[in-house]
Write a protein that binds this ligand. Structure first.
Ligand code: ADP
Length: 163
């Protein structure tokens, strides 16, 4: 039984992430989407909010589970009994960081392999950061994120404008 982890901040989940989740859920028996609880990154959404949105948009995928985590990825992988880490590669700019991470993780946990899925060309430009920027300026994000995420993002931006 192949168990894999797809880790990330997912602040918030975009169609680019969802595409990687769908495609990897076909490749493995069980996919754990690991939601990083790292306040140093100053996320817009709390880890609970990010988990809830991910649960919502993956509810039709029966072998996908959403689990928050902190600490080292290799420790989380061991705890979840997962031998594979999945990461998405958008452009050459992702490559250097991802290579470094996967090699470091392999040193820390030699039993954990990283598999990269290249982005669907349709979403190669898409990042949570860009989506947040567009939303902050009141732009239309319909084509970048699922409806529930759009609603949550707009609600969050409105609340921010009030403070
Ligand atoms: P992190 O903070 O760990 O980079 P992200 O939530 O930004 O977390 O991304 C999680 C993973 O999803 C990373 O492997 C990233 O490269 C991948 N990813 C993000 N956006 C896209 C996209 N549009 N297409 C494919 N993969 C993506």
């Amino acid at each position: 039984m192949l168990r894999a982890i797809y880790p990330g901040s997912f602040d918030p989940v975009t169609y680019g992430h969802l595409d990687i989740i769908r495609r990897s859920s076909i490749l493995v028996d069980h996919l754990i989407v690991g939601v990083l609880n790292n306040n140093a990154k100053m996320p817009l959404f709390s880890v609970e909010e990010r988990v809830k949105m991910l649960e919502d948009v993956t509810k039709t995928l029966s072998n996908v589970e959403i689990v928050p985590f902190d600490g080292l990825l290799v420790d989380f992988a061991k705890k979840m009994d997962a031998g594979v880490v999945i990461r998405g590669l958008r452009a050459i700019t992702d490559f250097e960081y991802e290579l470094q991470m996967s090699q470091t993780n392999h040193k820390l946990g030699p039993d954990v392999e990283t598999i990269f899925l290249t982005t669907n060309i349709e979403y190669s430009y898409l990042s949570s950061t860009t989506v947040k920027e567009i939303a902050a300026f009141g732009g239309d994000i319909t084509q970048f994120v699922p409806e529930v995420v759009k609603d949550e993002l707009e609600r969050k931006m409105k609340a921010k404008r009030r403070v």
